[in-house]
Design a protein around this ligand. Structure first.
Ligand SMILES: Cc1cc2nc3c(=O)[nH]c(=O)nc-3n(C[C@H](O)[C@H](O)[C@H](O)COP(=O)(O)OP(=O)(O)OC[C@H]3O[C@@H](n4cnc5c(N)ncnc54)[C@H](O)[C@@H]3O)c2cc1C
Length: 256
């Protein structure tokens, strides 16, 4: 299964920026010539960058938006990129993958399907890419995840009927049972997340995760994420390129 990523929310840029400039300078000389080709995310970043130097009106250089943003990145003035934030829905990924993803601490927010509140009796399992090429191993894998699911259900059933532990309030009983039952679920268990991240943190993720050849799930996720977010701000995500690796799957390479 290929990781599925959708954009749930994206940056907007509001015309109120002129009110902001008028409030700063009473004489109305501060105006901004916007690049018509820039996306809302790119406009927001350029505007924030220009505020640092108040380079509006006569002080505005003839740079295009993409030249402006490239310059920010080249000069390491990347905090300005943090204003552009997206929220993504992510499914078709394993908990092994999500454990790696949530290690990204800076500029990310995560909300993940709970195995304490959600019954996992019908959980799906994400088979590692390439396993189909090894039929004997694939059969062992299928057997193992089926056994894990059976054990999960048995734990829930047997422990709840024994009911030696009665928790109050009542939902805590379910939390207790599911916590015990989930302990037998494998890393392959499918999960779902909402992830919010800004352009700077996404660039970092792409850089450190996009081209790890042996981590196919992370590689596929990185390329999927890049493909949907790149049109939202081509200048913000410049320097990265989806290529086909020799295994026929995509890889996200970047300029060093
Ligand atoms: C190839 C590879 C192998 C890995 N192997 C392992 C492994 O075996 N075991 C393991 O536990 N993890 C492993 N990781 C995870 C890795 O250590 C990071 O936790 C993960 O990639 C998140 O990266 P990050 O910390 O740069 O990102 P973020 O947490 O998003 O941080 C972004 C940047 O902010 C700065 N920053 C964040 N926090 C601090 C801080 N406390 N102090 C100073 N600067 C900070 C750093 O510059 C950092 O690069 C691996 C990652 C990769 C890519």
């Amino acid at each position: 299964m290929i990781p599925r990523v959708v954009i749930l929310a994206r940056p907007q840029f509001d015309a109120a920026h002129q009110q902001f400039l008028d409030a700063f300078s009473d004489d109305g000389t501060l105006t901004w010539r916007q690049d018509a080709n820039a996306t809302p995310a790119e406009r927001l970043v350029e505007f924030a960058g220009r505020v640092c130097y108040m380079s509006f009106g006569e002080r505005q250089s003839p740079r295009t938006n993409s030249e402006y943003i490239r310059n920010l990145i080249q000069n390491g003035h990347e905090s300005v990129l943090e204003h552009a934030v997206w929220s993504f829905g992510i499914v078709g990924v394993s908990r092994a993958f999500s454990h790696q993803l949530v290690r990204h601490r800076i500029g990310f927010s995560f909300s993940q399907l709970s195995q304490q509140y959600h019954d996992e009796s019908e959980a799906n399992f994400i088979a590692p890419r390439g396993l189909d090429d090894y039929p004997q191993s694939k059969a062992a894998w299928v057997k193992a995840v089926a056994a894990a699911r059976t054990a999960y259900k048995a734990l829930l059933r047997d422990m709840s009927s024994a009911a030696d532990h009665n928790f109050s309030p009542r939902p805590e009983q379910m939390r207790f049972l599911r916590t015990a039952a989930r302990s037998v679920l494998p890393n392959a268990t499918a999960t779902a997340l909402v992830m919010s991240a800004n352009a700077r943190s996404l660039r970092h993720l792409f850089q450190v995760r996009g081209d790890i050849i042996g981590d196919v799930e992370m590689r596929l996720f990185s390329t999927e994420l890049f493909k949907i977010v790149q049109p939202e701000g081509p200048a913000l995500f410049s320097g990265f390129r989806v290529q086909e690796y020799e295994d026929g799957l995509p890889i996200l390479s970047h300029e060093s």
